[in-house]
Design a protein around this ligand. Structure first.
Ligand code: FES
Length: 325
């Protein structure tokens, strides 16, 4: 399956401790573990007699199967304590720990690692959430802003002014970029000074979708409506869409912020914490929403699409060509 050829973030680093962890990716069951010098990933089926390796333990960087004690290294080479001449081999995957997550792809697959370009940005937080919907349906939600008035608490545009929102979509063979600009929906009064915004500011949500793996990188910032000068606050958020199965998709979010002007007062940590909480709330709303859809078919044909849905059609074509191969 071509999907496995791309790097996918299957766990956050903090979710992988000393014990092996079971993960699912594109319907495959894998075991992920720490080797002492890095991370490893194998098929979660012991080649000896089919036990789940994720129910075992890690010793000297190898997974020990709980059934008969055979040991498996990250490159797949196994060892039987009772049959020294045996040379068993498990299916191994390439695995790496980077950006606070554990990433996996098919061994030897020639895929570039996705770059977020966040030098100089402060980490806001990392989240992994599971949506009960297919990859395409989850992606659709994250690449249009028409749902933000009704589904989001803070980020987005007011419903009665959606007609004013600029939505410009441009595409290359490998990317789909969407630039949205319009009035920020009214925020609770205390938030404007805290985040150095003013009532009436324009909210820009500018993202580019790429397909190896399927992910979108958002740049979110605010403009003075008169001068169009950028406010000091900005977010850069990478959201990765990881198919767990045909009907489940993990949404892995790596969020960064420009350093707040309040940093000199020692408030940067507080603002990052608040931003992390707000972001988690918004993503939880998205994940809950797609799980409640009455029709989760990925097909777009036959649907009544609007001007904000253009990116969905463009993304589908590239997803099929690049991601699914
Ligand atoms: S099933 Fe794993 S060692 Fe026998």
């Amino acid at each position: 399956m071509a999907e496995l050829d791309h790097w996918h973030p299957v766990l956050l680093s903090r979710e992988l401790g000393a014990r092996p962890a079971a993960v699912r990716l594109c319907g495959r069951e894998l075991v992920v573990f720490r080797t002492g010098t890095g991370v490893g990933a194998l098929s979660d089926v012991c080649p000896h007699r089919g036990m789940r390796l994720s129910e075992g333990r890690v010793e000297d960087g190898r997974v020990v199967c709980p059934y008969h004690g055979w040991r498996w290294a990250a490159d797949g080479r196994g060892e039987s304590p009772g049959t020294a001449t045996a040379k068993p081999c498990a299916e191994a995957f390439d695995a790496v720990e980077r950006d606070g997550a554990v990433w996996v792809k098919r061994a030897g697959a020639d895929a570039a690692f996705p770059a977020l370009d966040v030098g100089g940005w402060s980490l806001v937080g990392r989240l992994r959430r599971r949506a009960q919907a297919p990859l395409e349906v989850v992606l659709d939600n994250f690449i249009e802003v028409e749902h933000t008035p009704s589904m989001h608490a803070l980020l987005g545009y007011p419903l009665e002014r959606m007609g004013e929102v600029r939505c410009e979509v441009t595409a290359t063979d490998t990317t789909v970029r969407v630039y949205n600009e319009g009035p920020q929906k009214p925020l609770p009064r205390a938030l404007n000074p805290l985040f150095q915004l003013r009532a009436g500011d324009l909210f820009v949500d500018d993202w580019t979708v790429r397909f190896s793996p399927v992910h979108a990188v958002y740049e979110q910032y605010w403009l003075d409506p008169d001068t169009r000068a950028r406010r000091p606050n900005a977010l850069r958020i990478g959201v990765f869409f990881v198919p767990v199965s045909a009907q489940e998709t993990d949404v892995v979010t790596l969020a960064y912020s420009l350093k707040s002007p309040w940093a000199r007062l020692g408030l940067n940590g507080l603002l990052l914490g608040l931003t992390r909480a707000f972001l988690a709330m918004e993503i939880d709303r998205d994940v809950a929403l797609v799980g409640r859809l009455a029709d989760k078919s990925p097909a777009l044909k036959g649907r009544s699409l609007g001007r904000f849905d253009k990116a969905l059609v463009l993304a589908r074509k590239r997803l099929e060509a690049i991601y699914r191969g």
